[in-house]
Design a protein around this ligand. Structure first.
Ligand SMILES: NC(=O)c1ccc[n+]([C@@H]2O[C@H](COP(=O)([O-])OP(=O)(O)OC[C@H]3O[C@@H](n4cnc5c(N)ncnc54)[C@H](O)[C@@H]3O)[C@@H](O)[C@H]2O)c1
Length: 268
């Protein structure tokens, strides 16, 4: 199988290395708006080829992984599905946009393609999806981050929250996932994943906590329903190549790729 990867930053380059080592993978095509990084990887790995033209990526790939940006999902998502290729989307936050999500779903159905969304920085998405089949009544995502990881959010400035002088874990936001992703764009992927696996953006509760005593990103999913209750939490170290991304997010992209194109799918 030939894999196409859009974006060769922290996640894309890690994926390229993992794909290089998979016996199921014949060639890995890398497409990035910065051609420098795809060329560097081409020189490093024998299966990797840098692609400058997006149409060529479509022609040569059997399956495409987006590991670039929400903009890339908007620009290329439909074109990939219209070319009858399945896609794995890392920038899941793009799917907060109802019209984009609905049009991708429509094109995927028309072209008999699938859209894969990895668990990313979370655990427990498997249990949440099973719970959501029937009678789930409540889902809450609690995200705890160091204050520095939240200071860019315009909401923090508007509310006059002084993150530099916080001395204990402090709730900076409580609301639904729809509001959370608008106000905290850097939390958008996890909130989108929980919403799409569970009961949607409007019904998913999100709590964001600034904790001065941590340097990790902590995500906890709590759900209740006919199935019983669940609680799943993850303490994530930042990825050395891009501290905005958790290390486990890149690993989840590799695990998803292995499930999709490998022989075994453990935990389907
Ligand atoms: N699902 C999750 O839980 C999760 C977790 C972490 C990151 N992400 C998302 O995955 C994506 C990649 O993350 P990363 O840490 O590798 O980012 P990164 O900034 O390290 O790399 C992104 C690369 O994509 C390229 N790129 C961006 N837009 C492009 C476009 N329109 N066309 C072609 N190339 C483009 C950039 O040039 C860059 O090389 C981001 O959108 C990030 O938000 C998702």
């Amino acid at each position: 199988m030939n894999i196409g990867i859009i974006g060769c930053g922290a996640i894309g380059s890690t994926l390229a290395k993992a794909a290089e080592e998979m016996k199921e993978v014949h060639e890995v095509y890398l497409f990035d708006k910065s051609h420098v990084c795809s060329r560097v990887l081409e020189e490093k790995f024998s299966k990797v080829k840098s692609i400058l033209n997006f149409d060529e990526l479509l022609e040569k790939s059997d399956f495409i992984i987006e590991a670039a940006s929400q903009e890339a999902v908007k620009l290329f998502g439909e074109r990939i599905l219209k070319a009858k290729l399945d896609i794995l989307i890392m920038s899941i936050g793009a799917l907060v946009d109802d019209s984009l999500r609905e049009s991708l779903e429509k094109v995927a159905l028309e072209n008999k393609c699938r859209i894969f969304l990895p668990t990313g920085a979370l655990c427990g998405v498997d249990g949440l999806s099973s719970a959501a089949v029937e009678g789930i009544t409540e889902v809450t995502l609690i995200t705890t981050k160091p204050p520095s990881a939240l200071e860019d959010a315009a909401y923090i400035k508007e509310k006059g929250i002084d993150l530099k002088n916080i001395e204990e874990p402090t709730i900076v936001f409580e609301g639904n996932a729809k509001e959370a992703v608008k106000l905290f764009p850097r939390n958008v992927n996890v909130a989108a994943t929980v919403s799409l696996a569970g009961i949607g953006f409007e019904k998913t509760n999100v709590k964001i906590i600034a904790d001065p005593d941590t340097n990790q990103n902590h995500h906890k999913i709590i759900a209740k329903g006919k199935f019983g209750t669940m609680s799943a939490e993850m303490n994530n170290v930042p990825f050395e190549r891009n501290p905005k991304t958790s290390k486990i997010a890149a690993q989840s992209a590799i695990a998803a790729m292995k499930k999709i194109i490998g022989t075994y799918w453990v935990g389907a």
